[in-house]
Design a protein around this ligand. Structure first.
Ligand code: ACO
Length: 340
């Protein structure tokens, strides 16, 4: 038995904002943003577009890819879904209802369980393992959608140059299936191994303070509406350690070396974090797939967007061993090892 990714999809809003566009309204420059983060642009959802709208489009694109491969109608595939897991830092609603339920309804996935995962930028890595687990424990379940979807432009303080320049909107989705492919031997495929960790001692270092039961948001009060706050330097240091530790553990646990890995798909938060981690481990930069220059940090969506981009441009070959690795608010971190 294996849990295989059989199709991918993404949704990127049409509106593109360059660093120069931001420099027109904030005290920043293209040079500062590029040199400190590797970001050149980001996409921003139109007014009225919420996380579930981008999630739905990414999910439909993934189902359309599977429909083309299998000759099954998209509607039939949607009805065959057993689970929908959605990771988001910017869900349609905080707390309830889950954005995954909105997607489930609009997709016509009548037979699916649906829930959100709050693991910030690690949401996709967590979501993939949770979905894989649900397909494994009960053999009546076969297919799941794992989605990362963000409209972070709604929850950044556009007057704070320290955070506003970092984030972008978008969604990515993967369709996974429990197959009879062997889990051992040279023909094995799918999700091999996952590491999930958290360090809640850093919970306050990256948060949306208002709007929950700790700091209820009071309209008309002194505080600005709910927005992301971050201790950037602390998160940076944590991220480098989280990425290096996760890569090392995945390699050790699987008893392989970095040469066995075709590509590492990291969470796209800051190119300098990836460069620092790569340097510490002696991994060439070319091993990491980076598209942050175009999309900025799309939190839980960044890894599935990258997977779809690689998949649709033929840069993932059947049998390739790939690794995802990420970190985010919580603080959370982890990674997956997957044979494509
Ligand atoms: N433009 C120009 N100057 C800026 C900007 C900007 N956009 N932002 C900050 N600065 C200034 C600061 O005010 C400071 O000026 P000062 O020295 O006069 O005080 C100077 O640049 C240096 O600021 P630092 O914050 O020390 O800059 P740093 O090199 O640490 O880079 C950054 C900041 C990019 C935020 C970095 O710390 C980082 O990437 N941290 C990790 C962030 C991250 O990965 N977050 C993940 C969140 S994921 C999730 O779960 C949502």
């Amino acid at each position: 038995m294996a849990i295989e990714i059989i199709a991918t999809g993404r949704a990127i809003p049409a509106k593109r904002l360059t660093n120069d566009d931001l420099a027109n309204r904030l005290d920043t420059t293209d040079e500062w943003i590029r040199s400190h983060t590797g970001i050149g642009a980001r996409y921003v959802a139109e007014e009225g577009v919420a996380a579930s709208d981008l999630a739905l489009e990414a999910a439909r694109n993934a189902l359309a890819m599977a429909a083309e491969q299998t000759g099954t109608a998209v509607e039939t595939l949607a009805q065959s879904l057993d689970v929908i897991i959605l990771g988001s830092t910017s869900p349609d609603y905080y707390g309830v209802p889950a954005t995954a339920c909105i997607v489930q309804d609009k997709l016509g996935a009548k037979n699916a369980a649906a829930m959100d995962i709050t693991a910030a930028c690690t949401g996709f890595i967590y979501g993939l393992e949770v979905a894989a687990g649900l397909l494994t424990v009960d053999r009546s379940r076969k297919r799941a959608l794992v989605i990362g979807a963000e409209v972070l432009s709604r929850i950044v303080d556009w007057n704070d140059r320290g955070t506003a320049v970092l984030f972008g909107d978008g969604a990515g989705a993967v369709l996974i299936e429990r197959t009879e492919t062997p889990s051992e031997g040279k023909n094995r495929r799918g999700v091999l191994r996952t590491i999930l960790r958290a360090d809640g001692s850093g919970a306050e270092r990256l948060r949306i303070k208002q709007g929950g039961s700790r700091y209820p948001y009071q309209s008309g009060g002194a505080e600005s509406p709910p927005h992301v706050e971050m201790d950037g330097r602390m998160v940076y240091n944590f991220a480098v350690k989280a990425i290096t530790g996760t890569i090392e553990k995945l390699l050790t646990q699987e008893n392989i070396t970095i040469n066995d890995v075709a590509r590492i798909i990291p969470h796209q938060a800051n190119a300098r974090i990836i460069q620092a981690a790569g340097k510490r481990l002696g991994i060439p930069e070319s091993k990491f797939f980076l598209n942050i220059e175009e999309y900025a940090n799309t939190s839980a969506a960044s890894i599935p967007i990258a997977l779809d981009e690689l998949n649709r441009t033929g840069r993932l070959k059947q049998g390739d061993l790939i690794m995802t690795v990420g970190f985010g608010g919580g603080l959370t971190y982890g990674g997956n090892l997957i044979i494509w």
